[in-house]
Design a binder for this molecule. Sequence first.
Ligand code: NDP
Ligand code: 8X3
Length: 254
Amino acid sequence: MKGTVFITGASSGFGRACARRYGKEGWRLVLAARRREPLVELQAEFGADSVHIITLDVRDREAVAEAVASLPEPFCRVEILVASAGLAQGLEPAQRADLDDWETMVDTNIKGLMYTVHALLPGMVARNHGHIVTMGSTAGTWPYPGGNCYGGTKAFVKKFAENLRADLLGSRVRVTNIEPGMAETEFSLVRFKGDQDRSAKVYQGTEPLTAPDIADIVWWVTSLPPHVNVNSMEVMSINQAWGPYAIHREEQAD
Ligand code: NDP
Ligand code: 8X3
C-alpha cells in the first residue's frame, strides 16, 4: 500500500472518481459521505482491507471530529485529504434566494470543510507530511448571475487554502485548491433539487469537464515531488470561457 487518502464527497462526482483513481494506484482509502451504498460499492471494488467507510454529514462538527479520532489501524495516518464534499443549492438572484439554501451551502462548503481540515491537519503536521486538497471552483473567483452565496462559499475555500499555506510554511504539509469550471456530475441535479431536465440542459450540446478529468489533476498535484506545492489550479472545459462585462442600459427612444 502506498499510503492513506481521506476523501469526503466520495459517493459521487469528483470524490468518487478520486477514490477510483487512488484505489487503482494502490492507495488505502477512507471514504466519507452521507449515502452509504455508493461507498459500499467502492469497498467491494477495492476490498475491505484497503477501504474504510464513514457515513458522515460534514455539517456535524462532533461527528467529523469523532470519525477522524476513531480511524482504525491501518487507516489512521492520513497522508492526503481530498475535501470534495460540497454543493450548490439554487440559481435564483440573491433577492429571491431561499435563505435555507444559503445556510446549507455555508454549513457544507465552509463549515464542513473547516471541521474536516481541523480534524486532520494536526496529525499531518505532527508527522510533518501531508497534502490537503480543497475543492474550490471558478465560481470562487468569477461571479455569475445566481452564483451569489455559492460563489461566496468557494471564495472562502480559495482564501482558506491560501491561508493554510501561510500557516504551514516550514512544515512538509502541502495545500492545493482545485478550481474547476463546469463539470458533469450530480452537481446540477443537486443544485436544481432533482429536476433532471433542468440539470441535463446545463450540459446539453457541449462537452464539459468530467469527474475523471478532475481526479487526474488531483492525482497529478499530489504525485509531484514533495517540495513542489501547486497552490491552486483553475481548469475549464475548452468549451467554457468568459464573456464581456454585462452593461445595463436604459431603453432609449430611436
Ligand atoms: P456531486 O454532487 O456529484 O458530489 C458531491 C459530493 O458531496 C457527494 O459525494 C455528496 O455525498 C457530498 N456531500 C454533499 N453534502 C454533504 C454533506 N453535508 N456531508 C457529506 N458529504 C456531502 O458534485 P461534484 O462532485 O461535482 O462536487 C464536488 C465538489 O466540487 C463540490 O464541492 C462542488 O462545489 C465542487 N465543484 C463542482 C463543479 C461542477 O461543475 N461539478 C465545478 C467546481 C467545483 P452525499 O450526498 O452522499 O452526502
Ligand atoms: C461549479 C461550477 O460554474 O456551476 O462550481 O459554479 S459553476
